[in-house]
Design a protein around this ligand. Structure first.
Ligand SMILES: [Zn+2]
Length: 154
């Protein structure tokens, strides 16, 4: 069961961070590409030829809040809103948002793909968000290290 969400569907953009179409919606580059043995729909990006399954974006499965709410809070954080402001606007506790961010940091490329596809965020804004969890201490240089193919993206 997928959670109810208005986030763009995983098939709307490429999830491969080294692809030119990474996180870009409605580029016409994604096509259906059969199913896994378990019956999960698979897609292929025609720009990079990478394949992924439709469940790739389900990072926050089984939480009390919907993934949509979680992604929205992370986007607010990236837009330089304070944790106190997010609490005020969304009614989510500061420590809860931080816990989401720590979990998100274990799935950097998927979270960034979700944020890029759903919000207009710059690289600088995304980097600023990660500094909350100290995920990217040094300036630059960490992207390529994080690009080891995430499971399910290949
Ligand atoms: Zn691609």
């Amino acid at each position: 069961m997928m959670e109810q969400t208005t986030l763009v569907h995983p098939s709307a953009f490429c999830w491969n961070p080294s692809c030119a179409a990474y996180g870009k919606v409605d580029q016409g580059n994604i096509r259906r590409f059969g199913r896994t043995q378990a019956g999960t729909q698979r897609y292929q990006c025609r720009t990079c030829n990478g394949t992924f399954v439709e469940t790739i974006g389900t990072v926050f499965y089984g939480r009390h809040h919907t993934q949509e709410t979680i992604i929205e809070c992370l986007a607010l954080l990236a837009e330089r809103n304070s944790l106190a402001a997010i609490h005020r606007v969304k009614g989510v506790k500061e420590e809860t948002v931080l816990a989401w961010l720590r979990l998100a940091a274990q799935h950097v490329e998927r979270i960034e793909a979700l944020l890029l596809a759903n919000y207009r965020l710059s690289r600088a804004q995304l980097d600023a968000m990660w500094t909350y969890v100290g995920h990217k201490g040094e300036k630059g240089g960490t992207r390529s290290r994080m690009s080891a193919a995430p499971s399910g993206a290949a």
